[in-house]
Structure formats: structure tokens, C-alpha cells
Design a protein around this ligand. Structure first.
Ligand SMILES: *Cc1c(COP(=O)(O)O)cnc(C)c1O
Length: 356
């Protein structure tokens, strides 16, 4: 049976968007393709409030996450890996796997990375880049980009790399105003598209840095990508079906209105948090709660897999805790094209099943 996804990715995809994936194929060097890329790219730039280059690239979000580190860090310089959960931890592993040196700024899971902590580390001047997970999907913490931007402004030599995988298109991220050098997401989260396409904005500073890096790989070499971008193409064959779907989805996102879309996410978040406080407790620091998912302490020690079995009969599924938090917390995502009615429906079902 078809299940509506309340897991933090992939998220529910509307039928109209799925239909776009079924369009007849076109050649990726043909004019139709170049027109398509030229049409959809500015729509994503609008979403990100940026004039930077925005690559639409065929891979999971992890692709440009790895690419960002390869392109923006020179030999002899280091990365500052900020870590407050499982996805940030994995990004740090990618940094090391690519032979880059890194220092770790780590806080306890459920806590946020603060500007004070960052400043204390960046002032040593050893860093070419800093990685930051905007919305830690494992803990439900949303770091405050606007606070952090104040500090980053003082360190113009540091490329600011942001994993916005589970927040982009669900929370406001003004890339140019914030000064984010590389801002990354996959479309299977708040964009509400099927997985397989990544979005990645790249600043001039990041391109300049890439010029000074010897081995950038090839598939995610920002300079090779840029060469093709300038003629509305990608170096390798892209998932053209995704661009059809993204083009349609961006029209719908812009028709909803960006502010309205972000507000809908805030409304769903507030509703879900209130519900969670009433029946359980919130896991994340109250000052940094995510707008796209809520992490809930399993205070009653109930079985989340059993719950999901029961929910499946009604056509819904929620998220268990991620990694070491499995069983201790559960996660309800409220991102993408979900609505307040959906949140009322799924929380009502949980109340019924668990007799809350
Ligand atoms: C889902 C997620 C990822 C991994 O995304 P992929 O598209 O599977 O590579 C990375 N970071 C965060 C914060 C995520 O939520």
C-alpha cells in the first residue's frame, strides 16, 4: 500500500511532480536540454536569494559535499569540521577520506554550533574552509546561519561550506546576504522530489580557491562544472527527468510564495512541537529547534517499529531515531509539500495507536 512519508527524506512527492519524471527523453547536448537548464537554474537562484552559480547535479547530496571539500582546501591548509550530529560526523569522514587535514569542533548531540565556539577556532588562521550542517537531521537541531554569518564575515579567507540538505526549500537561506560559499542540498528532502539530484551554489571565492587546488577529482571539479554550466550543460549525462520535475516543482514553490512556504514549515513545526511536548519531550535544544523535522524523546519507551507497522495500515510512516539514537528518540518530518492537515492526521493516528 502507498504510504505518505513523514520520514526526513525521501519525502512525499506529489503525483503531478512524479508525472514530470515520465516525460519523453531529450538529448543532453540538444537545444531543448540547454533551454531547460537555463529555465530552471534562475528559479533555484531565486529560492536561495543568490546571484552565485547554482549547479544542478546528478548525485545524492553527498556528491557535492565531497566536492566542496576537494575544491576549497589547499595542501597545507585545514578544514574546521563542526560536528553536532551524525551527518556532520559523516562530512568530517569525507574530509579525511579525501586526504584533507581537519580539526574538529564538536558539541554534544542535541546542541547547536554557536558563533562563539567558531570564532575561538577560526582565529588561529589555519583554515581554508569550515563545514557546517545547517539542519542536523539526526538530532533536529537547526544551527543559526544568521548568527554564524557575523563571525564568518571576519574571516574572508575561510570558505564557508554549508550542508543545507534537509533545510533548503523549507527554511529561508539567503546565500548572498549570509556569505555562504558553497550551499548544498539534495532534492529528496524539502524540495519534495524523488532522490537523485543535488543542488549546490558556489561563490566566486570558492571558484578562485579551486584554481589553487591541484587535485579536485573530475566528477565534482567545480571548474569543469563551471565550464559546462556556462553553456547550460553538465560535464556528464544528467538525470534529465529530474530537471523536468524540478522545473515544475520550482514553479509551484514560487507560486506558493517563498515566505508562505517557509511560514508553512514553521507552522507545521510549531504544531508538531506542541504535540510532542504534550505527550513526550523534545530532544533538541529549545533555542535551535528545526523547522523541517521534530525529534521527540521516547519517554514512554514505546516501540517505534511497531508503531510504524500500525501506521502503515493507514498509509503513513514516521522516522525512528538515527544511528545511536535509534529507539531513544523518534522523528517526525514536516517538510516539502506536507500540510497542516497532514500533521494533524499523522499525530492523530499516533495518539490512537498508542492510546495517548
Ligand atoms: C539526508 C542528509 C544527508 C545525506 O544526503 P544524501 O542525499 O543521501 O547524500 C546529508 N546531510 C543531511 C543534513 C541530511 O539530512
Amino acid at each position: 500500500m502507498y504510504k505518505k512519508l513523514f520520514i526526513p527524506g525521501p519525502t512525499h512527492v506529489r503525483d503531478e511532480v512524479l508525472q514530470e519524471m515520465a516525460r519523453p527523453m531529450i538529448g543532453h547536448r540538444a537545444k531543448e536540454y540547454m533551454d531547460l537548464q537555463a529555465e530552471v537554474t534562475p528559479k533555484v537562484q531565486k529560492l536561495l536569494y543568490t546571484e552565485n552559480v547554482v549547479f544542478l547535479f546528478t548525485s545524492a547530496s553527498s556528491g557535492p559535499m565531497e566536492g566542496a571539500v576537494r575544491n576549497c582546501v589547499r595542501d597545507g591548509k585545514k578544514v574546521l569540521s563542526t560536528i553536532n550530529g551524525a551527518f556532520a560526523e559523516r562530512w568530517h569522514e569525507m574530509v579525511l577520506a579525501n586526504g584533507k587535514e581537519a580539526d574538529v569542533l564538536e558539541v554534544e548531540w542535541g546542541q547547536a554550533i554557536t558563533p562563539e565556539l567558531i570564532e575561538a577556532r577560526l582565529s588561529s588562521g589555519q583554515y581554508d574552509a569550515m563545514t557546517l550542517t545547517h539542519n542536523e537531521t539526526s538530532t533536529g537541531v537547526m544551527n543559526n546561519l544568521y548568527e554564524i554569518a557575523e563571525v564568518m564575515r571576519k574571516y574572508p579567507d575561510v570558505c564557508w561550506l554549508v550542508d543545507a540538505v534537509s533545510s533548503m526549500a523549507g527554511a529561508k537561506i539567503e546565500v548572498d546576504k549570509l556569505g555562504i560559499d558553497v550551499c548544498i542540498a539534495g532534492v529528496q528532502k524539502a524540495f519534495a522530489l524523488p532522490p537523485g539530484l543535488a543542488v549546490c551554489s558556489v561563490s566566486q571565492k570558492a571558484f578562485d580557491r579551486a584554481q589553487e587546488v591541484k587535485h579536485r577529482g573530475w566528477y565534482f571539479d567545480f571548474l569543469v562544472m563551471l565550464k559546462y554550466y556556462q553553456r547550460n550543460q553538465t560535464p556528464a549525462t544528467p538525470s534529465i527527468s529530474h530537471l523536468f520535475a524540478l522545473n515544475k516543482q520550482m514553479d509551484d514553490i514560487l507560486a506558493e510564495g517563498l515566505e508562505a512556504r517557509f511560514q508553512r514549515h514553521i507552522d507545521m513545526a510549531e504544531f508538531t512541537r506542541d504535540w510532542a511536548r504534550r505527550h513526550f519531550a523534545l530532544y533538541a535544544d529549545e533555542r535551535y529547534l528545526s523547522n523541517t523535522l521534530t525529534t521527540i524523546v521516547n519517554t514512554r519507551g514505546l516501540s517505534v517499529p511497531e508503531l510504524n507497522k500500525a501506521l502503515a495500515k493507514h498509509g503513513a510512516v514516521i522516522g525512528d531515531g538515527y544511528g545511536k539514537l535509534k529507539g531513544q528518540i523518534f522523528r517526525i518530518a514536516h517538510m516539502g509539500d506536507l500540510t497542516m492537515d497532514d500533521m494533524r492526521w499523522v499525530t492523530g493516528l499516533i495518539e490512537e495507536i498508542w492510546n495517548l
